[in-house]
Write a protein that binds this ligand. Structure first.
Ligand SMILES: CC(C)(COP(=O)(O)OP(=O)(O)OC[C@H]1O[C@@H](n2cnc3c(N)ncnc32)[C@H](O)[C@@H]1OP(=O)(O)O)[C@@H](O)C(=O)NCCC(=O)NCCS
Length: 182
């Protein structure tokens, strides 16, 4: 996957590229900041993964079991956004990739999320082993849901009260999928 410089709607630029060895600390800082900024992801602010699991996932990219696209701020070297897919580890699930993504608040609403999503779908389509993409989005996260529908994901179902928020309330996850095989 080649590096690509994107110009955002507000004129700022980011470099879009695959995560590499050495990115662990920048990805870790991004996940922590995203978890602190929103309840729309599954990470509690005080429950972010440590550096080691992030480094291990980046190492899985070479074996084809993980995909991670980062948008880097070229001025600071910080991660502005990330789109990742976890590829099924079992043989019966190895054609299927589960999406997770986010853009930090300072970089939202200038087109980065939609551009990263579309680029990642193109990359998945180019992978002959992957035939299905899936994701979950929390009920009420309507702009994310619309962004996924615009990119081609379809509604498949709902996991009722599958998420417990920090204030003790429960939320449903909406399940979405896209067939990219023949
Ligand atoms: C969801 C998210 C990835 C979108 O990224 P983004 O860079 O802000 O998205 P874009 O600027 O590309 O906008 C995508 C679409 O959503 C709309 N949108 C984005 N943020 C919005 C907001 N706060 N309110 C209303 N619409 C919004 C845009 O108008 C755009 O629609 P369009 O294509 O019709 O113009 C980002 O807001 C985010 O990370 N949020 C917190 C974490 C999260 O919700 N992750 C998804 C978990 S499933």
């Amino acid at each position: 996957m080649s590096d690509e410089t994107l110009k955002l709607r507000d004129g700022r630029r980011v470099v879009l590229r695959s995560s590499r060895r050495g990115d662990g600390p920048a990805v870790h800082a991004y996940i922590k900041a995203l978890g602190e900024s929103t309840e729309n992801i599954l990470t509690y602010p005080d429950d972010t993964p440590g550096l080691e699991p992030i480094v291990q996932r980046i190492e899985l990219i070479e074996s084809g079991r993980f995909y991670s696209l980062v948008a880097m701020d070229p001025d600071t070297g910080q991660v502005a956004g990330n789109t990742s897919y976890t590829i099924g580890a079992r043989k019966k699930l190895a054609h299927s990739a589960e999406l997770g993504m986010g853009v930090l608040p300072a970089w939202q609403r200038v087109g980065l999320g939609a551009m990263m999503l579309n680029r990642s779908i193109e990359d998945m389509r180019a992978n002959p082993n992957i035939h299905r993409l899936s994701l979950t989005v929390l009920d009420g996260n309507d702009h994310a849901l619309k962004m996924y529908q615009k990119a081609g994901f379809e509604l498949e179902g709902r996991r009722v009260r599958s998420v417990r928020q920090p204030d003790g309330t429960y939320a449903d996850e909406i399940v979405m999928g896209m067939w990219i095989g023949e």
